[in-house]
Design a protein around this ligand. Sequence first.
Ligand SMILES: O=C(O)c1ccc(O)c(O)c1
Ligand SMILES: [Mg+2]
Length: 598
Amino acid sequence: MRTSIATVCLSGGLTEKLHACAAAGFDGVEIMEADLLAAFESPEEIQALCRRLGLSIDMYQPLRDIEGVSTGLFEENLRRAEAKFELMERLGTRLVLLCSNVATATVADETVAAAQLGALADLAAEHGIRIAYEALAWGRYVSDYRDAWRLVQLADRPNLGLCLDSFHILSRGHDPSEIESIDAEKLFFLQLADAPALDLDVLSWSRHHRLFPGEGAFDLVGFLGHVLRAGYDGPLSLEVFNDTFRQTDVRRTAQHAQRSLRWLADRAAAAGGWSTGRLAPAQPPLGVDFVEIAGQDLAAVDEMLDRLGFAFAGRHRSKPVRLWTAGDASIILNEQDRGLEPRIAALGLLVADAEAAAEHARGIGAPPVFRRISAGDQELPAVFAPDGTEVYWADGPASASWRAEFGGGLASADGLLGIVDHVNLTSPWQDFDETVLFGAGVLGLEAEASSEVPGPLGLVRSVVMRSADGAVRLAMNLAPPAAPALPRHLAIRVDDAVAVASAARQRGMEFLPVPDNYYDDLAARFALDPAFGARLRGLGLLFDRDDAGAFIHGYTPTIGGVFLEIVQRIDDYRGYGATDAPIRLAAQRVAALQLTSW
Ligand SMILES: O=C(O)c1ccc(O)c(O)c1
Ligand SMILES: [Mg+2]
């Protein structure tokens, strides 16, 4: 399948965009008129550059507000269109996008609109140009692809067909299955975009919030299946108007875009039972193998784990690396990185076939990690997440043999028993959507609904991505621009958080201080047993309840860029204490500024 991308998806000038598209491996581009008009290069020079870069110019876009108008205005529109056709000849492209009229249409009569489309097509034919007619979701009379298809049939010209755009169809809730009844030779072009579920006017939603496939709420796998079953064999092109991607690094966004298409093509092929172009099978994670905290000096983390009740499980035989465990939770402390403050640097996942997981990830385009290892050490395949976190895979569900590389641990009979409940991977705002795509495409996780947590330095957007059974849950958080280095954390689930916290207290552990105001409100909200409320307050634990159960949790102080959370899920509580997250963010800010009193 050929891949293409609209230049409107990217930041920079036109030539920068073209270089980035070629470097990311796209076969072609849709050139947006605004990009060409703002370029100092002539259309002939752009054509030559594309040829040199190996990019085809698949479409020029858009022609606007042509059909459904009075006769006088239509004459003027034809004159306007002819100038574009001449420009397209200089650019060497033969397909133009025509958006349904959003502004000047005054004639609701389909036969008039169809006749005008036919006359436009006849003029285009004189220049050897084909027209792909696209129903914009906010079109005046044509806003549904089925209406556009009827007009194309009525006009009945060989060089007039359709451009389908997933955004316009799925944003309006139009049934995409009817695409299958459109003649394949009339499907001139396909534009793909995902989007978050937003309650917003459709024009603003389209112009600012589109996402690459796999990052939003649309079923693009199902959508593409309908288009392919209709017999479409043109390029898969991305058209993503998005305020973030317009200002992020153009090369990186182009690579990100290419990965989203590889993921989508693979998923659509899998869903359709097609074998061509398939990647190695995705490996949904079965569990968390380990979490690695890396940094210059991790003695404070050792002390914290010890106080929490983790067992010291030994030193690595050849590296400054230590292992701590609490039941099924394993934390690796890695002091190989000089000069960096403690942070969650790597994550190990258990899968049925680690090599297949890595091959799938490489097929999508995730960059592989090369870690220097000593003779005899187990080599786990790994890739980088968009923010640089390393993700390793090991064959599960049994623990991997890398544990044998650690020796000299202290077995602890009465140690903490826990399991990794979730890992929070906060990313800077510009990496967030790519991180969600990584979670879905590379790690095989499903996104839960997104939420927004008000923090003292801005809203923190959060999407929890989980495996089907919840054994792996990654909370992907978007750090606001004012707080790009928000700490990340690891939550350990235990059976009795109150007991764990009080034992830790006795060993000298101080949890993150929580304001009294929070506990006063908690008592009122949940009508808590006063003794229980006092216990939570005394230990600095937080509490939440939903329809299915309750949640007790507490936070350690932050060390460098990392902290731990102890959580207890009672009955079937499904959340993450979202109402407590703003309290936590504010308390961490107070702790960071040491503003404990005024
Ligand atoms: O928002 C627009 O104007 C616009 C232009 C061209 C497209 O293909 C589209 O989907 C939207
Ligand atoms: Mg479009």
